[in-house]
Design a protein around this ligand. Sequence first.
Ligand SMILES: Cc1cc2nc3c(=O)[nH]c(=O)nc-3n(C[C@H](O)[C@H](O)[C@H](O)COP(=O)(O)OP(=O)(O)OC[C@H]3O[C@@H](n4cnc5c(N)ncnc54)[C@H](O)[C@@H]3O)c2cc1C
Length: 288
Amino acid sequence: MLLPFDYVRAQSKEDAVSFAIEAGPNGRFLAGGTDLFVRMYDRQQRPKTLIDVKEIEGIEGVECRNGQGLSIGAASPLNMLVGNTTIRSEYGLLAQAAHSVGSLQVRNRASIGGNICNASPAADTAPALLVYEAEIETWGPRKPRLIPISEFFTGPGSTILEHGEFVYKIRIPQPDTKSYGVYLKLGRTNSVDLSIVSVACLALAGGEVRIALGAVAPTPIRVREAESILLSRKDEEAIALAAAAAKETAVPISDVRASDRYRLDMVEVLTKNAIEQALAGLAATGEV
Ligand SMILES: Cc1cc2nc3c(=O)[nH]c(=O)nc-3n(C[C@H](O)[C@H](O)[C@H](O)COP(=O)(O)OP(=O)(O)OC[C@H]3O[C@@H](n4cnc5c(N)ncnc54)[C@H](O)[C@@H]3O)c2cc1C
């Protein structure tokens, strides 16, 4: 059973900030509620006030800004991203990652903002946003901030957000070149489970290959060491070295889903597969 709580619906960005400040440390922003209500039900969190952000103008929806990339409202449900034709064709890795979350029903409620603000090391959209080098547009007592996603996560369940600050939009820059991305997720089952290991790999025409890992460190991480190996060569040996470098960078824990040793081995396997698939996908577009 849920403990009683107050519910307020913010109609504007200013409303949301002042409600949050008024509520103090016992206030929580609410989007789809698929994380928050589970935690409240389990008594892991006991907020006194929920501040619903979904009616703030502009917080839901996907905007493709001509030549300037993508702007995604934080409260956009993941199924909105999965079904968006621009995201599917130009930012396919994000569509794959969003599609890998939970079930169809969960994705109808679960928002991209909630996915990153929950700050689970296994959050599926996080590795995709890392390789697309997304920026997080927030609104708070200090007015708007644009935070690189690489600085957003500070530990398991924690972010750089200050008290009263919420995520308004997620901005993804337009890649300079053609790209092809792959998201590989290993769970205990093939459906509705958090990742044991996840890998996002984005191959860009021009030679850059970006790689990020989920569920194998206190936060989702970029693996620059692996990326630099692939800058000059992309042969079998270089791919194996990059996968080994990803394994070297990971610092997983053992938990109910998997042991740390299994995770480490799977980081290497999935990274190798993701690189091969991303490079093959890019080659098939005719732009290398
Ligand atoms: C059955 C089930 C399966 C799931 N499977 C997966 C999975 O495979 N992969 C995965 O990554 N997740 C999974 N989840 C977790 C969850 O669905 C996602 O993390 C989801 O994206 C959270 O979004 P939400 O809108 O529901 O967030 P909420 O529950 O509303 O909020 C989550 C947290 O973020 C904060 N928050 C929300 N929006 C904002 C904002 N705009 N600004 C600041 N703070 C905000 C809230 O205060 C809260 O602390 C699963 C959950 C369930 C119940």
